[in-house]
Design a protein around this ligand. Structure first.
Ligand code: PHE
Length: 445
């Protein structure tokens, strides 16, 4: 049986969770929402919502040992075959992967650039990034293709030989690079400023948008709502403690987000740059700072972008695996055929995403004021992932036999802990997500 080893599972699940969401997105969103207070809200979302759903997905996967669609049928009380539609959530993975691969392509481009002269002014760095995104279509396609090929190559080899192996290599490397960068950040005067920015509460920017951003970030960063954790847990050995491993993954993921934030803000403050630069933070602000540090700057730039690449690749493979598993098991496909089909879909969608930001094609690929890239992000992070999380919670709360769940939980935790989790999963979390979702979609203002 093609299963993870215990440690392989933890590495793979942590590899999935730790990604661009931690090192690219978390710092810039924190910067935009003013620091400390946002971090606190985010941590609450991780503990009371993210972790609850993570444990739910992990329970479902480990209990069923099959793909997401069959899981819903197998675990439900009624065994009603309509539950197979629960499997739809996995297709969001292909959409996320398409634009994720484009961003990973940019990172690859920045690794190459880091070997040469880095920009010496913010204008130059800004125009360099804009040039890449709006003019250099060919270059972006080349890098997107390389990322797509790497991803495909890994998943073709399967869970044990592909996904587990790459995580056992890249995750330690990522850890080493991040600790090196953290050590350097610690030696800078501005480290203490970064600490106080991230940990002293500034409530002035905390509004409903901040709450939504924190929740969305909690889902995205823990890889929830597309069946990744369910699918990986289906390959978790039967008697492993899925609750403990969920805690480990959440702790590693959160620590890395915080460490990435401390590193990036120390660098930014050292150079007197703004913390609220938005998505361009790592592509525009950081290269200028690295450029001021001479050769050491080149080394730090290469390390930093490699860390992003490693973190991103281990997440990319986890976005496509749930769809592959579903195609292989439900449609009796070979892994190779499933990879070819899914690989082609996300590759082509990625090209649409990158074209939609280019000057040449943006007009024809913008719909209702949003380009295709932003639509793909919106439909997944703001619509399908939260809906999938609600479905998962309600499914467990109302359509699965409580005693069965309880029996499995109480092998690992006390009945009291189980009851707390059960109330959260059945009522609180779905309600909270629904309110936030409706709010985001503009249904309630
Ligand atoms: N968790 C990953 C990140 O933070 C993204 C991801 C989302 C991976 C959904 C798998 C599934 O970058």
């Amino acid at each position: 049986m093609n299963k993870f080893s215990r440690i392989g599972f933890i590495f793979a699940a942590a590899g999935s969770a730790v990604g661009l969401g931690n090192i690219w997105k978390f710092p810039y969103v924190t910067g935009e929402f003013g620091g400390g207070a946002f971090v606190l809200v985010y941590l609450l979302c991780i503990v009371f919502i993210g972790l609850v759903v993570f444990i739910a997905e992990s329970f479902l996967g480990q209990s069923s040992e099959v793909n997401v669609s069959s899981t819903f049928i197998k675990v439900s009380k009624s065994k009603n075959s309509n539950w197979k539609y629960g499997g739809f959530m996995v297709f969001a993975g292909l959409i996320i992967l398409s634009f994720y691969s484009v961003v990973l392509g940019w990172i690859l481009n920045y690794i190459v650039l880091s070997f040469g002269n880095l920009p010496n002014s913010a204008e130059l760095a800004g125009s360099g990034f804009n040039q890449l995104v709006s003019e250099d279509i060919g270059l972006q396609i080349v890098f997107h293709s390389i990322v797509a090929l790497i991803t495909i190559f890994i998943v073709l080899r399967g869970i044990k030989e592909g996904i587990e192996k790459i995580n056992l290599i890249l995750m330690p490397l990522l850890g080493i690079i991040l600790f090196g960068l953290l050590a350097y950040a610690l030696s800078l005067d501005s480290f203490s400023k970064a600490v106080s920015f991230m940990f002293s509460a500034n409530w002035s920017k905390i509004d409903e948008n901040a709450l939504l951003a924190a929740l969305g970030q909690a889902f995205f960063t823990l890889s929830l709502g597309i069946g990744t954790i369910m699918t990986y847990s289906a390959s978790l050995p039967k008697n492993e403690n899925f609750i403990k491993s969920s805690f480990y993954v959440a702790i590693v993921d959160t620590s890395i987000a915080i460490i990435a934030g401390l590193i990036i803000f120390s660098f930014l403050f050292e150079a007197g740059a703004q913390s609220s630069a938005g998505p361009g933070l790592v592509f525009i602000s950081l290269p200028v700072i690295f450029g001021q540090w001479g050769t050491l700057g080149n080394i730090i730039a290469i390390s930093f972008f490699s860390a992003l690449l490693f973190a991103g690749i281990t997440s990319a493979v986890s976005m496509i695996e749930p769809v592959l598993m579903l195609f292989i098991e439900r449609f009796n496909m070979t892994r190779k055929k499933a990879v070819i089909i899914c690989g082609s879909i996300f590759y082509l969608l990625g090209i649409i995403a990158l074209l939609s930001m280019s000057n040449a094609f943006k007009d024809s690929l913008t719909f209702f004021g949003k380009n295709a890239f932003d639509w793909m992000d919106f439909i997944t992070s703001s619509v399908s992932m939260p809906i999938a999380a609600i479905v998962t919670c309600l499914f467990l709360g109302f359509f699965v036999d409580k005693q069965t769940i309880q029996n499995k939980f109480t092998q690992h935790v006390s009945i009291g802990m189980f009851n707390i989790w059960y109330v959260l999963v059945k009522y609180i979390v779905p309600l909270a997500i629904t309110i936030l979702l409706l709010n985001k979609l503009g249904v309630i203002q």
